[in-house]
Structure formats: C-alpha cells, structure tokens
Write a protein that binds this ligand. Structure first.
Ligand SMILES: [Zn+2]
Length: 87
C-alpha cells in the first residue's frame, strides 16, 4: 500500500482510456507505461507474427511507400501554388 502511494506521488498512472471515457487511475506495472489491467503485463505480439496479416496495407514497406507518395503530393501542391503565384 505504501509502495503504491509512493508511485502515485511519482505520477506513474496508467492513463489508458476506460470504458466510461475517463483516464485510468491505476498505477503502472514497473518499467511499463500501463497498469496490469490495460496491458502492462502483456509483451505484445512476437516478432514476425502473421496472425492478423490479410492484405499487407499496414506492413512497414507499404507504410513507407504511402509516406513517400504523400511527401511527393505535398511537394507537387507546394510547387503548383508557387507557380500559380507567379501569374
Ligand atoms: Zn490502466
């Protein structure tokens, strides 16, 4: 109990969103950012996990590709605006 109070003083609260919409006030698991109820004890999926792979939209490669395309579009828009400003 005393340990919990000390950790609260250090502001180690979970802050995950609860079902009521408020931030969770539980203290985090040591060395983690979430409490035991919100995944603090969960290590996450193992590397190379293909359980949720369906179409590859969120693979690292595709995310990087989309990011590049968005950068190009942004540059094109900027260039287009600059050219329009010349007239
Ligand atoms: Zn929590």
């Amino acid at each position: 109990m005393q340990n919990n109070a000390m950790r609260e003083l250090l502001k180690l609260s979970c802050n995950a969103k609860t079902r009521s919409g408020h931030p969770c006030k539980s203290t985090t698991v040591k060395g983690k950012k979430r409490c035991r109820m919100h995944g603090g004890t969960n290590n996450g999926a193992p590397k190379g996990n293909m359980n949720s792979f369906k179409h590859g939209y969120y693979t690292k490669e595709n995310i990087a590709k989309r990011s590049e395309i968005h950068k190009l579009i942004k540059e094109c828009r900027k260039l287009s605006q600059e050219l329009e400003g010349d007239y």
